[in-house]
Design a protein around this ligand. Structure first.
Ligand SMILES: Nc1nc2c(c(=O)[nH]1)N[C@H]1C(S)=C(S)[C@@H](COP(=O)(O)O)O[C@H]1N2
Ligand SMILES: [Mo]
Length: 424
């Protein structure tokens, strides 16, 4: 008797997965097949299936798994920036397909089945070692009380390019425009619950989550796996270990099976593909809170600022650069504003280069940790090139200034951005 179709299909699926895994391990050849194609195949079979031991994808020629259609994304090396015009009419939450990706190396294709979260260090009772950690599996996390919250993830360098284009400052790093931000509804468990279950000691001061993606090489130096210390006070406050994004399991590119989500802080705090967390009775350091993610330059302390934490305040129009408007007609322009210090409660718009301002109409009840959508009616009368400006104010009393204080890495740009448009 030939085997019935389902069993045969099962067999083939298992074989295919095994082969794809061998390819990831460098044990299988794939002449004439693009790496992108193989990663797509892996993504199609990976969710909820066993891909074996946690793996990191090799050679980062296509570091992002999801499709990056040019009308949605601007590709920047290992990263992909969301186009703001693509966010028009998307609702409060950024669809997963449109969410920006910031990868130091490449998206690893992990399996939830053999994923483990390992907690260790001097800040836990009985000080479990890295070799003998306290462990939680994916199902263990799923069995803990779940919490859901809406929060943005925004790269510290979002709008970095404006330091150069608007202010003539020299800054180093990915030249993001405004699209290194997204808002999602995250579901997971409180990091606080996991830390308490792991046996938090009263002497703990820092926790350091570390990703399962490849080690990061910078300037010929191996900086190790992506990791950044987080003060215990924040870790116990509102940090999540998230396993869902907008009602779906986390996509591979956004940290499957589990990522850290640190509301209102710079994106680097929200470690994707978290594999272990060191809990320490001493302050911890990594390149991500020493060399990177501090403010350096003439306006800052000689050895740099303290590590940056909260995001700053920004606004963006849901428009392409150079969007076209017809003179003598009434248009409604849309946008969003957000802040790491509180809810955005007021937005002013200028359509004359910053001479006069009118309040925008708000479309969300302002909330901390996420953006407030807004719109403004505009009837341009003279053809030509002009700029639209939006200036947000938050509940902490911060307002976007005319110029941002520069720093060598170009973090935390907060000035009002001049959005170029054409009136025809
Ligand atoms: N493991 C790991 N976590 C990471 C990163 C990374 O490269 N590896 N990038 C960080 C940075 S700099 C940012 S801005 C956010 C981006 O999250 P996203 O790719 O889901 O948008 O993830 C953070 N977490
Ligand atoms: Mo980032």
């Amino acid at each position: 008797m030939p085997s019935p179709t389902p069993a045969g299909h099962h067999h083939e699926t298992g074989y295919d997965r095994r082969r794809l895994r061998q390819w990831l391990d460098g044990e299988a050849r794939a002449d004439g097949v693009t790496r992108r194609r193989l990663l797509t195949l892996l993504a199609a079979t990976a969710a909820g299936t066993a891909l074996g031991a946690p793996r990191t994808a090799r050679a980062a020629d296509t570091p992002i798994v999801k499709p990056l259609p040019p009308e949605w994304f601007i590709q920047r090396g290992t990263n992909a920036e969301t186009r703001w015009e693509a966010l028009h009419k998307t609702g409060h939450h950024t669809p997963n397909d449109l969410f920006f990706v910031r990868n130091h190396t490449a998206t690893p294709l992990l399996s939830a089945d053999d994923w483990r979260l390992r907690l260790w260090g001097s800040g836990l009772r009985h000080t479990p070692s890295e070799a003998k950690p306290v462990e939680f599996g994916y199902d263990d996390l799923r069995a803990l009380p779940a919490v859901t919250r809406t929060a943005f993830v925004e790269c510290a360098g979002n709008a970095r390019s404006s330091y150069t284009t608007q202010q003539g400052d020299t800054v180093a790093g990915t030249p993001w425009t405004l699209g290194a931000i997204g808002v999602a509804r995250w579901r997971g468990v409180r990091l606080a619950d996991v830390l308490r279950r792991a046996g938090l000691s009263p002497h703990a001061v820092d926790v350091q989550p570390r990703g399962l993606d490849a080690e990061y090489l910078s300037g010929g130096e191996n900086l190790g796996r992506v990791r950044r210390p987080l003060p215990l006070a924040k870790a116990l406050d509102d940090v999540l270990l998230a396993y869902e994004m907008n009602g779906e399991p986390l996509p591979h590119d956004h940290g499957y099976p589990v990522r850290v989500l640190v509301p209102s802080w710079v994106g680097i705090a929200s470690i994707k593909w978290v594999g272990d967390i060191e809990v320490s009775a001493q302050p911890l350091y990594s390149p991500w809170n020493t060399t990177f993610y501090r403010l350096f330059g003439p306006s800052h302390p000689e050895n740099g600022s303290a590590p940056i934490t909260r995001q700053t305040i920004k606004s963006a129009f849901e428009l392409a650069d150079g969007a076209t408007f017809t003179a003598g007609r009434t248009h409604v322009v849309h946008g969003r504003s957000w802040s790491g210090a509180g809810a955005v409660t007021h937005v002013d718009i200028s359509t004359d280069g910053g001479t006069t301002w009118q309040p925008a109409r708000l479309h969300d009840r302002p909330r901390a940790g996420t953006w407030t959508r807004w719109s403004h009616t505009w009837r341009p009368d003279t053809p030509g090139t002009t700029h639209l400006l939006a200036r947000a104010t938050d509940t902490a009393g911060r307002t976007q200034p005319e110029t941002a204080v520069p720093n060598t890495h170009g973090y935390l740009f907060n000035a009002v951005i001049r959005h170029p448009v054409n009136v025809v």
